[in-house]
Ligand binder design. Structure first.
Ligand SMILES: O=C(O)C(=O)Cc1ccccc1
Length: 310
C-alpha cells in the first residue's frame, strides 16, 4: 500500500484540488477525512504520512481550527504550502430556482467571501455551517439544505448543478493550504522560504509583543502572518502564530529564534518550507548586515576579541 496523505474531505473540496497540484500527491493514496482535526490526528497516530488542510485565506485571515491544532496537542510540522484562487458556485439540485432557496450552507471560511452576494441575491436565506464546502454539497444532495457554496467542480460528484458561478466578493481571493507531517528535518532552503512559529509570552508586560517582534525586526526579517489565538488559560491570554520570511538554516532566522527562545515561555517551531507566493528571483534583497556572511564575520570577530586577536 502506498503512503497516504489525509485531507479535508469529502471528495470535491478546494483542499483536494490544491493537494493535487503537489507533484508528490501523485505517488500517494489521498484519503478524505471529515474534519481538519481528524486529518491531523491521522498523522499523529501514524495512520497517514501527512495531512493537507486549509490554514489561511486572504479575506478572513487564519483558519482558526487549523491554527489551534498546530498551537496545541502533539507537535506537527509544515512541509509545503499551496495557494489556490477561490471562486464559488451556488450548487443546487437540478430544477431548483433562486426563489426556492431558503437555506444555504458551506464551510465557515466561505461565508466572508460570499456575504455581499448573499445580501444582494438571497437576503433571507438562512446560513448553516458545513464541515467543508464539499460536505455542504453532499448535504444538499441529501436534501438537508437547498443550496451550497462550493467549487463548481463538486457539482457532478454530488448530482447537483451550478445555479450561479464565479461568486466572490473580493477579487483575487486566495486560500493557503499546508502539508503537515510529524516533526523531522525541514527540507533544505530554496532561497524563497518561510518559517512558521508559535510564540507564548513569559509574562504580561508593557511592550511584550513589541519585544517579540523586535527579535525579527533587528535582524531584517519580514513577517507574513501575525495572528493571536487564545491559549485557553483565561481572558487576555494569547499566543501568537507568526510566519516569517526565511529558513531556519539562515543565520538571521536562527538568531531571531534563539532570541525568542530566551524571552518566551514557549516557542513552537512549525517548520521552514518553500514559499508558494514568489520564486527565488522575486525575493527582496536582504537589508544590510543580515546576510549569513555578515553574521559569520561578526561571530568570528567576537571570537577574535575574546582571544585578544583583533
Ligand atoms: O477545501 C474546502 O472546500 C474547504 O471547505 C476549506 C475552504 C473553505 C473556504 C475556502 C477555501 C477552502
Amino acid at each position: 500500500m502506498p503512503a497516504s496523505y489525509a485531507y479535508l474531505g469529502p471528495e470535491g473540496t478546494f483542499t483536494e484540488v490544491a493537494l493535487r497540484t503537489l507533484p508528490e500527491a501523485a505517488t500517494r493514496e489521498l484519503i478524505p477525512y471529515v474534519s481538519v482535526q481528524s486529518a491531523l490526528d491521522a498523522v499523529r497516530t501514524g495512520e497517514a504520512e501527512a495531512a493537507f488542510v486549509p490554514i489561511e485565506n486572504s479575506v478572513e485571515g487564519g483558519i482558526t481550527t487549523t491554527l489551534d491544532e498546530l498551537v496545541a496537542g502533539a507537535p506537527l510540522m509544515i512541509y509545503r504550502e499551496v495557494l489556490l484562487s477561490i471562486t464559488f458556485a451556488l450548487l443546487v439540485k437540478p430544477g431548483t430556482r433562486l426563489s426556492d432557496i431558503k437555506t444555504v450552507t458551506a464551510h465557515p471560511a466561505a461565508q466572508p467571501q460570499v456575504r455581499n452576494w448573499l445580501r444582494a441575491n438571497l437576503p433571507n436565506a438562512v446560513w448553516e455551517s458545513a464541515a467543508s464546502n464539499a460536505d455542504g454539497a453532499r448535504l444538499v444532495q441529501e436534501g438537508r439544505y437547498d443550496a451550497a457554496f462550493a467549487g463548481e467542480f463538486a457539482a457532478a460528484r454530488y448530482g447537483l448543478e451550478p445555479l450561479e458561478t464565479g461568486i466572490h466578493d473580493a477579487e483575487n481571493a486566495q486560500t493557503r493550504f499546508v502539508l503537515v507531517g510529524r516533526p523531522a528535518r525541514p527540507a533544505a532552503p530554496t532561497g524563497a522560504d518561510k518559517t512558521s512559529v508559535v510564540l507564548r509570552q513569559r509574562d504580561d508586560h508593557p511592550g511584550g509583543l513589541r519585544d517579540l517582534l523586535g527579535e525579527f525586526a533587528t535582524r531584517g526579517i519580514n513577517l507574513m502572518l501575525l495572528q493571536s489565538r487564545p491559549t485557553g488559560a483565561g481572558i487576555g491570554n494569547y499566543c501568537f502564530c507568526v510566519d516569517a520570511e526565511g529558513h531556519i538554516s539562515d543565520r538571521r532566522v536562527a538568531e531571531a529564534l534563539m532570541g525568542l527562545k530566551r524571552i518566551c515561555l514557549e516557542v513552537r517551531f512549525l517548520g521552514s518550507y518553500p514559499r508558494a507566493d514568489i520564486g527565488v528571483e522575486e525575493v527582496r534583497a536582504l537589508p544590510r548586515g543580515t546576510s549569513d556572511g555578515e553574521f559569520v564575520e561578526a561571530a568570528d570577530w567576537v571570537a577574535r576579541c575574546q582571544d585578544g586577536r583583533f
